[in-house]
Design a protein around this ligand. Structure first.
Ligand SMILES: [Zn+2]
Length: 175
């Protein structure tokens, strides 16, 4: 009987704990994504393994997601050509306008400014180049990044570091 009571208590507490964690996550999306990023950057191999394991365990999830995305793309209004996309990357100086990193250090991917899931069009005017990680952080939000960081050279590297909570060392500190 006592054991049963303890178990019930434990369940009730763990539910409350889960709720407070969920609430915290919802209220502090930046802190959550920064913590996730730190976790990924602390040990990229471990992070990659976690993703690979999850994909292996949930193959149907990924294929449904891909299928849905393809369907939305097919249903989306408008289209653009490879040449338009290549010209756009050149306009952005082959640089991700969110983190300031450039190809070939990152690979630019097509981001829909207004997401396809929000009925965004597939015209080039609704496309911007983002690196994979910025693209996935943006998710299904509507954000248009300015090209400012694409032409700032070293400043954009500083931005890339600082936006990840890293400190850019001076040459003196490095040596
Ligand atoms: Zn980026």
């Amino acid at each position: 009987m006592i054991l049963k009571k303890a178990r019930e208590n434990y369940r009730a507490n763990s539910e409350a704990k889960k709720k407070s964690v969920a609430k915290y996550r919802e209220e502090h999306p930046d802190k959550v994504s920064a913590a996730k990023r730190n976790w990924r950057e602390a040990d990229p191999a471990r992070a990659k393994k976690r993703v690979d394991d999850w994909r292996k365990a949930n193959p149907e999830h990924l294929s449904i997601w891909k299928k849905n995305r393809r369907a939305r793309k097919m249903a989306a209004h408008g289209s653009h050509t490879v040449i338009e996309w290549e010209n756009m990357k050149a306009e952005y100086n082959w640089t991700c306008p969110s983190c300031g990193r450039s190809e070939p250090w990152i690979i630019l991917t097509e981001d829909h400014i207004v997401p396809l899931s929000e009925n965004g069009a597939n015209y080039i005017s609704n496309i911007q180049p983002l690196c994979r990680s910025c693209n996935s952080i943006k998710g299904t939000k509507t954000i248009k990044f300015l090209k400012d960081y694409c032409y700032r050279g070293i400043e954009s590297f500083q931005h890339a570091y600082q936006s990840r909570g890293l400190k850019l060392l001076s040459f003196k500190e490095l040596s």
